[in-house]
Design a protein around this ligand. Structure first.
Ligand SMILES: NC(=O)c1ccc[n+]([C@@H]2O[C@H](COP(=O)([O-])OP(=O)(O)OC[C@H]3O[C@@H](n4cnc5c(N)ncnc54)[C@H](OP(=O)(O)O)[C@@H]3O)[C@@H](O)[C@H]2O)c1
Length: 327
């Protein structure tokens, strides 16, 4: 598999990354059996490594910490060499009741919370360092100097190698970049064939296009200008284009899924490979974080690196996914 470079993170990352949000089970679906999670996670991890996937995405909050814990146990159990993997995690989201009964769901980029969160992730993952730490969702009360102080301590102690953000706008990144002693290496955002808004934002017209003005406008160009990797969360569009029965009546799904399957059949690859190849074809070098534990689906996604869509195929998919014609 081809690779992608993250400055300061250690070594090259596989072109496809594995999102580990469900390693602790799909909370809400009543799947919290640890033995079962270890068994399912082991198969997913084995398959990912067989497909040369070496980049793993976590967050302190995934399954309340269970996802990191299951992953940490698997690394130990499978005796995986830590240096062959890139482990990314996130901090900054706190749920209601943490720690006080009246404390609300909120974001927290205070130095104290960042440092405490990283300690928890290191413990659960059973590792002495995190390769990339992301700030999960922008904290309205963020003080860049305070974040910089936390990052400097984490870097100096060797606990974190590189830093980035998730769901941030260009002005928020600019604010941070001004204060941080390190470059931001990534911004993880939702982008897929059914969530094209960051690409739509680059299509400027006086006609039917929505007026510019969304805070995330220009994100992809901003990332390219500053060497920030665009990580795509939900790159599979939750499976709606590759076989999952849609639980919504979104009129874009059926025609886009039909086109995905047409292109997949023509190339002899699984539908997932086309859905992911659409992201890979973008010049921002988008890094898809696939959120599956299903070995067959991991293999299907890995096939995307063999596919290069033509400009015309890319636009046909884009037009179907965005659901409106271009100006
Ligand atoms: N930064 C953020 O704010 C943020 C937010 C959400 C997620 N993330 C990260 O991004 C990763 C991926 O996101 P995601 O998991 O939400 O979205 P995703 O990768 O688009 O979708 C994965 C989900 O879709 C299901 N799926 C895919 N194809 C399917 C098919 N053909 N039939 C049935 N089900 C299918 C998968 O089930 P199976 O397991 O059965 O394959 C899995 O539950 C996460 O693991 C996490 O690391 C980050």
């Amino acid at each position: 598999m081809s690779t992608l470079d993250y400055p300061s993170s250690g070594h090259p990352a596989s072109r496809i990354a594995l999102g580990c949000m469900h390693f602790g089970g799909n909370r809400g679906r009543g799947e919290m059996d640890k033995t079962e999670n270890l068994r399912t996670g082991r198969k997913a991890l084995e398959t990912a490594l067989e497909e040369d996937i070496n980049f793993f995405d976590h967050a302190d909050i995934y399954s309340g910490g269970d996802s990191e814990e299951v992953f940490g146990e698997l690394i130990k159990e499978m005796r995986l060499p830590r240096d062959s993997m890139l482990i990314q995690t996130k901090c900054g989201i706190r749920f209601n009741g943490d720690p006080g009964a009246d404390d609300p769901h909120r974001y927290d980029f205070s130095e104290e919370h960042i440092l405490r969160s990283v300690e928890g992730s290191l413990r659960r993952l059973g590792t002495d360092r995190i390769d990339i730490l992301l700030l999960h969702r922008p904290d309205a009360l963020m003080e860049p100097e305070e974040i910089a102080a936390a990052f400097a301590k984490l870097h100096a102690s060797g606990k974190v190698r590189a830093f980035g953000v998730s769901n941030h706008t260009p002005p928020q990144m600019e604010l941070l970049r001004d204060a941080l002693p390190f470059p931001l290496v990534a911004n993880q955002v939702e982008i897929n064939l059914l969530k094209t808004s960051l690409i739509d934002a680059g299509i400027v017209s006086a006609g039917r296009e929505p007026a510019l003005g969304h805070p995330a406008d220009g994100s992809l160009e901003y990332h390219r200008l500053h060497g920030i990797v665009t990580q795509a969360w939900a790159p599979l569009a939750y499976g709606y284009l590759s076989g999952r029965n849609p639980d919504t009546d979104d009129p874009r799904i059926q025609p886009t899924a039909a086109l995905v399957h047409e292109l997949a059949d023509a190339r002899g690859v699984p539908a997932e490979a086309i859905v992911i190849a659409w992201l890979l074809r973008h010049p921002a070098k988008i890094h898809p974080i696939i959120g599956t534990r299903d070995p067959a689906r991991i293999r299907a996604c890995a096939k995307s690196t063999d596919v290069r869509l033509t400009r015309e195929e890319w636009y046909r998919l884009y037009l179907a996914g965005r659901g409106t014609s271009l100006p």
